[in-house]
Ligand binder design. Structure first.
Ligand SMILES: *Cc1c(COP(=O)(O)O)cnc(C)c1O
Length: 470
């Protein structure tokens, strides 16, 4: 280390010195001593690291004194009192945006969370018998009614559902899967890796674009534990393709005594064709093939809380329920409460697409989206933003969340041009305000997609633009 760096490290303020300043400012009235001390140590350590790792010589003037460090510590502690997980306005047009929390919950789900969470509940208590019950029982009848399944089991998310099914049915055995279905979902979820962790061995068959029934037939042997199908939910292979249909895989499984599963992913409960969208296989349709197990997410097209739902044949589900891993992957009471309320809407599918925000955003007519865009523009123009220019634009939104990858969903954007600020600067500023507005940038404009913006969020956009422009 060079001399200058050594010199600078020596001039760094002592922790006690900084603590003394903070004590005089009565910091301990609000914050426990340990936290102040620890933060202090961290801030000084960061300064040390910065000096040690600096590539070029930094000037001695850039070395802060005790007062400046105390200020930094105070700022860092203030950050602890600010919620990190907050609501945002999703202006991206990506309806099931995994980074923005996927599906927003319906009011009934939130009401149920409040009720069940703020008191004791019959979570694992059978009120009729007065004895211990199972938490899944609260939603299994509803799920079976809505999908035609014999039984249902809920875990933390769909990745957990896949892991649990594989581990139960194919531990130390082979699971046969097509090469065209060895997918990555994102966020480190890759089918081959999850299979490895489940202690089952992948038996790949076919090719990327073509896999036939015969490929599966040839691969079956006495070590086969499972035939697995994975819905390619976030991409499509088009052109010279072929895959074995579920019916013939089910027939193969039956004749050889091997269970068959389908990782359906998005978990659609309604016929999207009715709303002018591409067909997405529904859970009911998939189960009607006689398949043993189907897994899907609760917070994708279903539009509810984060869960993994496992449905299928009673005997197979009984085995899965007994797996000790199930205990490690179990869902909490809030999720269960929200899931039950979400599922109940599906008893009236026409209502479900109105009440569940993700489904509503997906199926809403572009005419209605446009009306909302015009309303927003009218409101914005009343505010007399001198440097802003607003216009309306047509574009396409996306389902997101690994669903309907090729579906183009017509949408309407409000484009904003700022005479005094670049679009990327404005995007950054809108992202850092109290209720962040997450928008897209296109050249010198920022774009707000009205398909994912609700009318009651207009005030956040208007307030946000005011803050950004002052
Ligand atoms: C999304 C998806 C998963 C992962 O589900 P999570 O609920 O995000 O854990 C697994 N498989 C498929 C086919 C998916 O689409």
């Amino acid at each position: 280390m060079d001399e200058l760096k050594k010199e600078m490290l020596k001039t760094l303020p002592k922790i006690d010195e900084v603590l003394l300043i903070l004590e005089k400012q009565n910091i301990y009235v609000l914050t426990p001593r340990e936290i102040v001390k620890e933060t202090c140590r961290k801030v000084v350590q960061d300064l040390r690291d910065k000096i040690v790792n600096a590539r070029k010589n930094i000037s001695t003037e850039s070395c802060p004194d005790a007062t400046a460090v105390a200020c930094e510590v105070e700022k860092s502690i203030k950050g602890l009192y600010r919620y990190s997980l907050r609501r945002v306005v999703n202006a991206t047009g990506v309806i099931l945006h995994t980074n923005l929390g996927r599906a927003p919950l319906c009011p009934e789900a939130l009401q149920r969370i409040m009720e069940v969470g703020s008191s004791y509940s019959n979570l694992e208590f059978d009120l009729a018998k007065g004895e211990r019950g199972q938490r899944y029982d609260h939603v299994s009848s509803l799920i079976c009614a809505l999908t035609g399944a014999e039984d249902a089991l809920i875990v933390n998310n769909n990745a957990a559902a896949v892991l649990l099914v594989l581990n139960t049915l194919a531990e130390k055995k082979e699971a046969i899967v097509s090469r065209g279905e060895l997918i990555e979902i994102g966020g480190e979820f890759r089918i081959p890796e999850i299979m490895k962790k489940s202690a089952s061995k992948i038996r790949e068959v076919g090719t990327t674009n073509r896999t036939r029934l015969g490929d599966y037939e040839k691969a079956v042997n006495d070590k086969t534990g499972l035939i697995m199908k994975v819905h390619t939910s976030n991409f499509r292979i088009v052109g010279f393709t072929e895959e074995a249909d579920i019916e013939s895989l089910v027939a193969l499984g039956k004749s050889r005594g091997i269970p068959v599963m389908d990782d359906l992913g998005s978990g659609c409960l309604i016929d999207l064709n009715l709303y002018g969208l591409q067909h997405e296989p529904t859970v009911r349709e998939t189960l009607a093939t006689g398949i043993d197990v189907v897994t899907f997410s609760g917070d994708k097209l279903l539009g509810g809380p984060q869960t993994g739902i496992i449905v299928g044949k009673k005997e197979v589900l009984a085995k899965i329920k007994k797996n000790p891993l199930n205990r490690a992957l179990r869902i909490d009471k809030f999720t269960l409460a929200a899931l039950e309320a979400t599922l109940m809407h599906y008893l009236n599918p026409a209502q479900a697409v109105k009440k569940l925000r993700a489904l509503k955003a997906l199926t809403e007519s572009v005419v209605d989206v446009k009306k909302r865009a015009e309303k927003l523009i009218t409101k914005l123009q009343k505010e007399n933003f001198d440097s802003l220019k607003f216009s309306i634009r047509e574009d396409f939104a996306a389902a997101g969340g690994g669903s309907l990858p090729t579906q183009q969903i017509s949408t309407i954007l409000v484009a904003i041009k700022n005479k005094k600020m670049s679009a990327s600067k404005m995007e950054e500023k809108l992202r850092k305000i109290e209720v962040p507005v997450i928008a897209r940038v296109d050249k010198d404009e920022i774009l707000l997609d009205l398909r994912t913006i609700a009318e009651d969020e207009f005030t956040f956009i208007i307030e946000g633009l005011k803050q950004v422009n002052t």
